[in-house]
Design a protein around this ligand. Structure first.
Ligand SMILES: Cc1cc2nc3c(=O)[nH]c(=O)nc-3n(C[C@H](O)[C@H](O)[C@H](O)COP(=O)(O)OP(=O)(O)OC[C@H]3O[C@@H](n4cnc5c(N)ncnc54)[C@H](O)[C@@H]3O)c2cc1C
Ligand code: FES
Length: 286
């Protein structure tokens, strides 16, 4: 018998946590780490097919669950990467674990970025802070299938030069001729920053966008969304072409508990990725 998500009950990914092992841990900036995870069961690993922007519910045994975005691309299956900020109970307990320890995963959950719609079009990715975690999944997907997409621009804003996630990986993008990578920091107290200092929207002065062919995908704090959306609307990008990922407190992650309601939507199942046209009339959305 097949379940509603098309896998056998043995590998039901939606409601049942499946054991996975921490394969490697890479320190990132302060209080952030990248974890590489692999399911214990190969059939579960094969059934796990995510879209950039989707998340998992990560269980630290004996502690609890937390929603965390998938940071790796679907084009590199087998290992799931997550970038985690030490925030509270579950994430602090995760930071106590070592390589080889077991956690559990439900997912992939939610609605990610509309990858099929993006294919063949120009893409502007805008990330702020930890928003780079889910956008990295989309970025790597596009880079792995570079010919399937048009022009690619990444704008990433961090608080200061020490807060840039995936720093060395992203530095490698600077020399690419098939994309534009623009980086900003809000403040540079030591005066060492050679690129733009200011909020991420300041980077728009260096790009020209074709509103007819560009889709925008963004992930960051709500205040960033308000300013970036305004920049895009000023440049005649239609609300239907602007996609953003919203973050809400979650419990079940599967549309049952109502914790993550945003207007008529549940962030966990209708989102976390929404088009701006879907949420622009919901006052509390951003
Ligand atoms: C769809 C989605 C994707 C996410 N992706 C990531 C990710 O890739 N990496 C990452 O580090 N974190 C991510 N988060 C945030 C993460 O789930 C929270 O930080 C979570 O609270 C961590 O669990 P905890 O038990 O460690 O912290 P808790 O003990 O639950 O809480 C720590 C603090 O964070 C507050 N908090 C909890 N959830 C949220 C929320 N959604 N928004 C604002 N404040 C909150 C609590 O009130 C408390 O002050 C994501 C959240 C969502 C909804
Ligand atoms: S987290 Fe339970 S309905 Fe969304």
């Amino acid at each position: 018998m097949k379940s509603k998500i098309g896998v056998t009950p043995e590998v039901e990914l939606f409601f049942r946590p499946h054991l996975a092992r921490i394969e490697r841990i890479f320190p990132q900036v302060a209080d952030h780490r990248l974890f590489q995870l692999r399911f214990a069961d190969g059939a579960v690993s094969e059934a796990f097919q995510h879209t950039p922007g989707q998340f998992i519910e990560l269980t630290v045994p004996g502690v609890g669950e937390a929603p965390i975005s998938v940071s790796s691309p679907p084009t590199r299956p087998g290992v799931i990467e997550i970038c985690v900020r030490k925030a509270g109970r579950v994430t602090s307990a995760l930071f106590e674990l070592q390589r080889g320890d077991q956690i559990a995963i439900r997912g992939p959950l939610g609605r990610g970025f509309p990858l099929e719609t993006f294919r063949g079009h120009d893409l502007l990715l805008v990330a702020g802070g930890l928003g780079m975690a889910p956008l990295r999944s989309l970025l790597q997907t596009v880079l792995d299938e570079r010919r399937a997409f048009g022009d690619l621009i990444l704008m990433y804003g961090a608080r200061n030069p020490d807060d840039i996630l995936f720093k060395y990986e992203l530095l490698g993008l600077m020399n690419r001729t098939d994309m534009k990578y623009l980086l900003s920091v809000d403040a540079d107290e030591e005066g060492i920053w050679k690129q733009y200092v200011g909020v991420v929207t300041g980077l728009f002065k260096d790009v020209s966008l074709n509103p007819e062919t560009t889709y925008c995908a963004m992930c960051g704090p709500p205040v960033m969304y308000r300013f970036v959306v305004q920049e895009l609307l000023n440049r005649s990008v239609m609300p239907e072409r602007i996609f953003l990922s919203l973050e809400r407190m979650m419990q079940c992650g599967v549309g049952k508990c109502g914790h993550c309601a945003i207007g008529p939507y549940y962030c966990c199942t209708d989102g976390p990725v929404f088009s701006y046209s879907e949420i622009r009339d919901i006052k509390e959305a951003i």
